[in-house]
Structures are given as structure tokens and as C-alpha cells.
Design a binder for this molecule. Structure first.
Ligand SMILES: Nc1ncnc2c1ncn2[C@@H]1O[C@H](COP(=O)(O)OP(=O)(O)OP(=O)(O)O)[C@@H](O)[C@H]1O
Length: 745
């Protein structure tokens, strides 16, 4: 049951508006307009709605019934100014000349309000015989103007809530057209054509932000579904911030032979472009300048209109930002519906029929709105896909660039014969894909050699992945190597690719291979022999092309004899063996490497120029370097950190500034790590000499911490790192010292 506001023009009942509170009602601006409230049982003019240049007014036409304005009977003409509200039986009608005030209402709300209003009327009808509503639609052609929700999904929700008898509400979803609520009927021709469109859109591959092919599909589908219509599709470009203000030329137009498509008037476009605007269906609009534009003869012969706002991904006329850095700084991406609610539609579909052709129906409206939703969703997902592809492309570029940088830095420094031999072997094996076994003590540079082989090989553009087999338990190592499926074991919350997959096409370095257990050795051997593998907990066979470089400090041959390393695996890995010599066997390479590390750390820490004294060099050459190049690197790093900050010009790193863990011949026993200049100026010194009063270990620790703190200029992280303790431990100790000081003062 509905109520209508009827506008009378001359002798014909023409404009009929279904009242959809809280929507506002737009009335034709004609001096002949009249408003009549009537019922299906009898129709009677009660009042006339008229207007002059500035105001609307209602005149009582002298019948026995009056019109209620704010529940008061009016007998005399009442003038309604622009924006005034008229309350009739629970309905609020607002009069306005301006389409900008025209806003859509929630269809569900409308129906409830309408039912409420009808009940109000029925209560009052006996007393006042105020005639509203029932049956009017049967008496006359159902000409109406309605605004519907933008989303078919919400239409579906409101339909399911409503009674099945309501035929005048917003359009039903297509599959309910021929069935009762809750039942899915057989797919109609329009369902099939929409599905076909959705599938075709799903298969599209679009270059850049170009929605043309998708738009063409939409136009073809609608033209086939609504043959008697002209259609215009508009896409609003933006200058990066605001959408362009004026209606652009339509991107696509469909018009029948002998018919011309006409653009909608700007005022109506503004309305549909407003944030949160709904789709609209208007019928019987012939002659209405606000809803249609004139043709070349100055006639307005548009009979019915559907307009649908489109939530398309924003298209900017400027270059779209594509690089990953700029994206990573972005706020989380707003979803398109949120964007539409905030800034309005980014496109518009406009469908018209002209006089003499059938008006657009609710069903047409449903088809159009659904097709538009499918089109917009397809464009959004195409746009998302493009953005991901651009980001991926950018990341691949970055990886390539970084790999080149790393490759440039992989330098096996040294001029000794032994290192020259290693460099020669690297050049020899790099081109081949053969397995390589690197042997050498810890810290000699085995990983560096593996990297050098990789970056000199044809696999240089592919990943180089390292895995230390000693650092993990058997099960974890298996899952690291081969990956695991989601749920394979407790804690496997996601699928994880293993290092073999990660290194696909590239090189996998298996460090400390001698620590791998026999079961896993067997699995590894199968893969090295070209068999596929499965992730832990998985059944899919995976095959990869990976070059394996194994490294160990152990004597694998001895392990084979003891039965702790598989012989077949040993032969498989040991196709080419490179022995990386210990640092103590590299002669003056020690000095070369030390000077290289001084330069590296000075630059990295932003320190002034430094060099090693002759004494320091001598000391380095005498030292046996049990920790090899890694130890040398650490010794130099510590010396650079500890060098006095206040030094002007070149600082010379003396022998006493090199903290070596073992005594070197000619050294005074374990000198404290300090520079010559510092030793002259600093006090108190940690006293580990025979002179001076003996102090406790705790005091010595406190003094040492104070001294290192001073050397690092108060930098606690650096201090903790030099002392070899956690930063939190250092904080705790400093707090305790402060508390002790407070207690003693
Ligand atoms: N010839 C070299 N030139 C420059 N730096 C080197 C050289 N050899 C080793 N290094 C450096 O010494 C450190 C230890 O090297 P690396 O990790 O390659 O040794 P490793 O033999 O693999 O050690 P581990 O057996 O403990 O894994 C690294 O920082 C590496 O850059």
C-alpha cells in the first residue's frame, strides 16, 4: 500500500509521485500544477498546489475535507516557501525547485515509513476521510519516480525483508523476478547475459588503467538487454586530487539507427555524482528540462531515464604513482565504496528511452544496476592486479640492481699464492653447473667464495640462498630445506617454501654440511640426483633447478669412514673441491685485509682517517688467527670504534689498540684495550697490573664499563656491543651503579 502525490496539469492527470520518505519530492514548476490526495475508492480534489516565481502554495478547493498541514486543517491558501515542509499523515513532503536538495532514501526505511503512514491514515480516515493511497496504482498508469539503492546486494536484503505483495518498491534482484522470495528461479536470459559478461570481464587482461574493453562489454550487454534505449557511459577523470568538475564527453555511446543519444543535464549529473548517491529510475519525464536535455529541435522527448553512479578506480590525468617506495608510504588503501561515500562517483551510466518507446522498467533498472556493479568490480580487480604487477616489476628491478651491487662487492681480497689459487678455481668452476665442496676452517671466507662463484656464474641474476645446517634441529632443517605445508606440524600456520624452492634457478649454499643427519643426507642426495621432492606434510612433487655448493670445516672423508657421512652424498657434493686456506697461511694478505677493514669501518662509522702503525702490522702478522678473517675483521672493528673521538687529523692505530684473544710473542701479557693517547689522559684505569691497591672484580667491571662508555661518547648500544653484553644488561648495571651512588652520598 502506497501513497502518492499527484500533480495535475490541465485536464489530464499526469505526474504521479510515489512518496518515499524521507526522500524529498520534486514537483514540476508549472503554474497549473495542483496537488490532490486521493484514494482508490474515490478520487476527489481537495487542494491545489500552485506556484509563482518564488513560492509554492496550497489552496483548499472547498471540499468537505481539508489538507493537514502539521496536523492543522487549513481552510485558506497556505504558502509554502522554498524548503518548507508539509506533513500529511506521517509523510513529510518538502518543496524545492532545486534538484541539488533531492536526496535518496533507504528503500527499506521508505517501505516501513510508508506502512506506518498508511496505518496513520487508516486510523484517521474514518474521521476525516483524508484520501490517501490504496489502489491508486491500479486506476491509472503507474507513473512514478523513485530512487533506489546503488547496490543490488542491499536491494536483495530489503526485498527479503518485505512482503511479497509489494510490487511498487525498489527492483527485485533478477532471480526473484519469477519466483517467490527465498526461492531461486531458473536463470533468465538477462541472468545468462550478465553471467557471460562477468566471465568475459574475468578473462580480460588490460594494459595500464585502460577500462575501454571492459566498458565495451558493458555497453554490448546493455544494448542487447534493453534494445529500445540509448546509453551513455561517462568516466570522470581526476587531476590527482579532485574529480574534474564538468561532465566530460561520454566514453561510450550506444544509439539506435535514427535515434540520437542526449547527455543528461548538468544538475542531474551533479546529483548522481554527489557522495553516497543512489541509482535512479525516472519515468514519464517528457518535457522535463531538469531530467533530460533538448534535442536539436528544442524538444524534450525523453520518456524514461536510469542513471547509475559508478565506483571505478580513480583515473588520474597525471602519471599514476607506480613505484613501490611511494606505495609503501601510502596510508592503507581505501576501498572503493569508502572512496565513493567520501568523494562521489567516478563514473556514470545514463540510459534513456524516448517517447513512443516502452519506458524503462524496474526490471531494466535491476539489470542495469547489476551490470554496472559487475563492471565496476571487474575494473577494480583489474586495477588491483595492475598495481600488484607494477609493484612486482619494480621489486624485481630493485632485486636485480641490488644483486649487481652485491656482485660488485664480492671480492676475495689477497695476493698470496694460496688465495690466487682459490681465485683461479672460482673462475674455473663458475661457468659450469657442477657441485662444489668448499673446505676450510671457520671464518676463512667459504661463504664469500660461494657468493663469488654464484655471481660469476650464468645464474648471477637468480637468487643466492645460504643455509647453515648446524644451526637447526633435524626436523627444522628438513622444513627449512624443503618447506612445509600449512598444518604439517604444530606451529606450521602457513605454507612455507623451502630454501630449495627459494633458490630456484640460482645457487643454494649448504654451510656446515657435515652437521646434517643421515636421514636428511639421504633426502638431499635424492634431490641432488634430480628427483622431485615434497614439502613436509605435502604430496605435490616439486622439481627445481638449483646449483648446490656445500661447505664444511670438517674432514668429510674421515666422517665417511666412521659412517657418519654418506659416501654417495660425499661424492655427489665433492665434484670440485676448493680448499680455502686459513688466514695464518696467507702471509701479507693479513695486512692487506686489515687495511681494507680499517677503510671499510672508518667509512661506515663516519670516523676521521686512520691507519695501522708498523707495530700494529707486525703484531697482526705474528698472530695465529684461530678465528681467521672473521676474527681479524672484529679486531679491526673494535679498534676503530675505540679510537679516541677527539682526535684531529690522522689517527694511528697502535699495536696496543688491537685486542687479540691470544698472547702474541713480545706482547706484555694481555694489555687493556686502549689507545696510547687515551691511556695518558684517562683515569681511573681498570687495574689489572701488579701496581696500585687491589680492587674487586665488580669494581673492575664498573671502571671498565665507564671507560668504554666514555670512549664511545656515551653510546650505550655501541658500548654493549663492545663489552659483549646485551643492551638491557648494560642498562641494568648502570641503574645499579646510580642507585649505589645515591645510597653512599
Ligand atoms: N678474502 C676476503 N676478503 C674480504 N673479506 C673476507 C675474505 N674472506 C673472508 N672475509 C670476510 O670474513 C668474514 C667471514 O667470512 P665467511 O663468513 O665467508 O667465512 P666462512 O668460512 O663461511 O665462515 P663459517 O665457516 O664460520 O661459516 C666475512 O665478513 C667475510 O666478508
Amino acid at each position: 500500500m502506497d501513497a502518492y502525490l499527484v500533480l495535475h496539469r490541465g485536464s489530464r492527470w499526469t505526474d504521479v509521485y510515489r512518496l518515499v520518505p524521507p526522500s524529498e519530492v520534486i514537483l514540476g514548476r508549472s503554474s497549473e500544477n495542483q496537488v490532490v490526495l486521493r484514494s482508490g475508492r474515490a478520487s476527489r480534489r481537495h487542494a491545489r498546489l500552485a506556484c509563482d516565481e518564488t513560492s509554492w502554495y496550497i489552496e483548499d478547493l472547498g471540499s468537505r475535507n481539508g489538507v493537514f498541514v502539521n496536523d492543522a486543517r487549513i481552510e485558506q491558501p497556505t504558502r509554502l516557501g522554498e524548503g518548507d515542509r508539509l506533513q500529511v499523515a506521517g509523510f513529510e513532503m518538502r518543496f524545492t525547485h532545486d534538484l541539488a536538495h533531492w536526496s535518496g532514501g533507504d528503500p527499506n526505511h521508505s517501505r516501513l515509513a510508508s506502512d506506518q503512514a498508511t496505518r496513520n491514515y487508516e486510523d484517521e480516515a474514518t474521521q476525516d476521510d483524508l484520501m490517501l493511497g490504496e489502489g491508486f496504482a491500479n486506476e491509472t498508469e503507474s507513473e512514478w519516480l523513485d530512487i533506489v539503492s546503488r547496490s543490488p546486494a542491499s536491494t536483495l536484503a530489503s526485498q527479503n525483508d518485505s512482503t511479497a505483495t509489494d510490487q511498487t518498491g525498489p527492483p527485485r534482484p533478477l532471480n526473484e523476478q519469477s519466483s517467490r522470495p527465498g526461492q531461486i528461479g531458473p536463470a533468465s536470459a538477462s541472468d545468462q547475459s550478465l553471467l557471460q559478461m562477468a566471465f568475459a570481464l574475468g578473462r580480460l587482461e588490460l594494459p595500464d588503467d585502460d577500462f575501454e574493453p571492459a566498458a565495451e562489454l558493458l555497453m554490448q550487454t546493455l544494448a542487447a538487454q534493453i534494445p529500445a534505449a540509448e546509453i551513455g557511459l561517462y568516466i570522470f577523470e581526476s587531476d590527482g586530487n579532485l574529480p574534474m568538475p564538468n561532465l566530460p564527453m561520454p566514453r561510450h555511446v550506444h544509439q539506435r539507427e535514427g535515434h540520437r543519444y542526449r547527455r543528461p543535464p548538468e544538475s542531474l549529473v551533479r546529483q548522481i555524482r554527489a557522495p553516497g548517491a543512489s541509482a535512479l529510475l525516472a519515468r514519464n519525464v517528457v518535457g522535463d528540462r531538469r531530467l533530460a536535455t533538448e534535442d536539436t529541435r528544442g524538444e524534450i522527448d525523453v520518456e524514461s531515464i536510469v542513471m547509475v553512479p559508478l565506483d571505478l578506480p580513480t583515473i588520474t590525468s597525471a602519471e599514476p604513482a607506480t613505484n613501490a617506495e611511494s606505495r609503501s608510504n601510502d596510508k592503507p588503501l581505501e576501498n572503493d565504496t569508502q572512496k565513493h561515500e567520501r568523494s562521489g562517483a567516478s563514473g556514470l551510466l545514463h540510459v534513456i528511452t524516448t517517447a513512443g518507446d516502452p519506458s524503462l522498467s524496474e526490471r531494466d533498472l535491476a539489470v542495469i544496476v547489476t551490470a554496472c556493479e559487475i563492471f565496476c568490480e571487474a575494473c577494480r580487480s583489474l586495477s588491483r592486479r595492475q598495481r600488484l604487477q607494477q609493484t612486482l616489476h619494480h621489486s624485481q628491478e630493485t632485486i636485480r640492481r641490488l644483486r649487481k651491487q652485491i656482485a660488485g662487492r664480492v671480492q676475495i681480497l689477497g695476493r698470496s699464492e694460496k688465495i690466487a689459487q682459490v681465485q683461479y678455481q672460482i673462475a674455473q668452476v663458475a661457468r659450469s653447473g657442477a657441485a662444489v665442496l668448499l673446505r676450510g676452517e671457520s671464518g676463512t671466507g667459504k661463504e664469500l667464495v660461494a657468493s663469488a662463484i654464484h655471481y660469476a656464474s650464468p645464474r648471477a641474476d637468480e637468487p643466492m640462498v645460504c643455509l647453515n645446517c648446524a644451526a637447526l634441529s633435524k626436523d627444522l632443517l628438513e622444513s627449512e630445506l624443503f618447506g612445509h605445508e600449512k598444518g604439517a606440524f604444530t606451529g606450521a600456520t602457513d605454507l612455507k617454501k623451502g630454501k630449495f624452492e627459494a633458490a630456484s634457478g640460482g645457487t643454494l649454499m649448504l654451510d656446515e654440511i657435515g652437521e646434517m643427519n643421515l636421514d636428511l643426507q639421504a633426502k638431499l642426495l635424492r634431490v641432488l640426483e634430480g628427483h622431485p621432492f615434497e614439502r613436509v606434510g605435502g604430496h605435490t612433487s616439486i622439481r627445481v633447478d638449483v646449483r648446490v655448493i656445500a661447505a664444511t670445516h670438517r674432514d668429510l672423508q674421515a666422517m665417511v669412514q666412521k659412517g657418519t657421512f654418506r659416501q654417495d652424498l660425499f661424492y655427489r657434493l665433492n665434484v670440485i673441491e676448493i680448499v680455502v686456506p686459513p688466514l695464518r697461511e696467507r702471509g701479507r694478505d693479513i695486512v692487506l685485509l686489515a687495511e681494507h677493514f680499517v677503510g671499510t669501518f672508518v667509512q661506515a662509522m663516519g670516523r676521521g682517517p686512520m691507519k695501522l702503525t708498523t707495530d700494529a702490522t707486525k703484531k697482526l702478522l705474528q698472530y695465529p688467527w684461530p678465528g681467521n678473517v672473521r676474527e681479524l675483521r672484529n679486531v679491526i672493528e673494535r679498534a676503530v670504534v675505540m679510537a679516541p673521538l677527539e682526535t684531529q687529523g690522522l689517527h694511528e692505530i697502535g699495536a696496543e689498540e688491537l685486542m687479540l684473544t691470544r698472547a702474541v710473542a713480545g706482547d706484555t701479557p694481555s694489555p687493556p684495550p686502549m689507545s696510547r693517547s687515551a691511556s695518558q689522559t684517562e683515569s681511573p684505569e681498570p687495574t689489572n697490573s701488579e701496581s696500585g691497591p687491589p680492587i674487586s672484580l665488580a669494581q673492575l667491571e664498573r671502571q671498565h664499563i665507564a671507560r668504554v662508555l666514555k670512549r664511545t661518547g656515551g653510546n650505550k648500544s655501541q658500548t654493549a656491543s663492545i663489552l659483549g653484553i646485551e643492551r638491557s644488561t648494560l642498562d641494568r648495571k648502570l641503574k645499579r651503579y646510580a642507585a649505589e651512588d645515591t645510597a653512599t652520598h
